[in-house]
Design a protein around this ligand. Structure first.
Ligand SMILES: [Zn+2]
Length: 325
């Protein structure tokens, strides 16, 4: 397993992905989102696990007065409070500007390093070419997929970003929730990259997405791993732990439970992380300079080990809709 992981391993540029001040900035954005909910419609308590509906849980850590709990039955992590109105988090008029700023400075690097790899993964599991990207943001991934021959569509709740993607890349984009998309089009592949952790009911969300899938089509999910190496060290200091933006924190077990609840076949589940880069950012933050340097120098050697141990900080999962499903 390690040798396969090592063979397929691709290095990253730690300085582009985790520049100095990265964690401070991420924490500031998360705090602003929290404040928007406080000033808006406030929070609602979550009593049951959003994946398996179990009631028994333990508190892992807290951030901005919100507990992150772990379900005792399926291991899923979730926020104990969610926004009463999720649009409070995403209502900011500057959201498009912020997203463009966040993506543009590193857009070319991201496209080359990550998006080609994602297109390759889709082709590995999908023969068809009709692709929907849920939460497509400013459309950079769709632009890459389109160039590689996919017939692409997007969905994006941020109306400014949806319009940007429509006009900049001539891609059809729905700006309503996936539950409300009413179309005869069925997709061979639906990608959900860094989106499912934002929703209040991940099972209902995946079922709504599944409705748009062609028979034998695939849903490809990328989402943070609660049991990752970096998160186990950084805990609430991790940029991944950011309620009320991130409400769901998946584990290997809760991914499998999700497949069962949605009657999808989980064909592929691996972790791919940049844990060592996150840990470098963390040790920068707490002024442990030797450790920060060690993480940077040992990145290429240790990250494949972390990935092979299913401890990378992101999951890549492929779910397939079989038959009439
Ligand atoms: Zn559960």
């Amino acid at each position: 397993m390690y040798s396969t992981t090592l063979k397929n391993f691709r290095d990253i540029d730690v300085h582009i992905m985790r520049p100095r001040g990265f964690l401070e900035r991420e924490t500031e954005w998360a705090r602003e989102s929290y404040q928007k909910v406080v000033d808006g419609s406030g929070f609602t308590d979550v009593k049951n696990c959003p994946v398996c509906k179990g009631e028994i849980r333990s508190v892992l850590f807290s951030k901005f007065t919100i507990d992150i709990c772990r379900c005792s039955a399926c291991g899923h992590g979730y926020a104990s409070q969610v926004p009463a109105n999720v649009s409070d988090v995403y209502s900011d008029a500057n959201y498009l500007d912020q997203s463009l700023e966040a993506t543009n400075s590193e857009a070319e690097y991201r496209k080359k390093r990550f998006y080609d790899e994602r297109v390759t993964l889709i082709k590995q599991f999908c023969d068809g070419n009709r692709l929907l990207d849920v939460g497509c943001g400013t459309g950079l991934f769709l632009e890459v997929a389109k160039k590689q021959g996919f017939e692409v569509y997007g969905q994006e709740l941020g109306k400014g970003m949806a319009e940007w993607t429509r006009t900049t890349f001539s891609i059809p984009v729905w700006d309503e929730p996936v539950e409300q998309i009413d179309t005869g089009v069925r997709f061979d592949a639906i990608t959900i990259f860094d989106v499912i952790e934002h929703v209040t009911d991940p099972v209902m969300f995946v079922l709504a997405v599944k409705r748009l899938l062609a028979d034998n089509g695939v849903i490809i999910v990328l989402t943070p791993n609660l049991d990752s190496c970096a998160l186990s060290i950084m805990k609430e200091k991790s940029q991944i732990v950011c309620p009320p933006s991130h409400l769901q924190y998946f584990t290997m077990a809760s991914m499998k439970e999700m497949a069962r609840r949605t009657d999808l076949a989980l064909e592929y589940l691996v972790t791919n992380g940049i844990d060592l880069a996150d840990m470098k950012a963390y040790y920068d933050l707490v002024h442990e300079d030797c450790l920060a340097r060690a993480c940077e120098h040992l990145y290429q050697m240790l990250q494949p080990v972390v990935d092979a141990a299913n401890s990378g900080n992101h999951f890549k999962a492929v779910f397939r809709k079989n038959g009439q499903g």
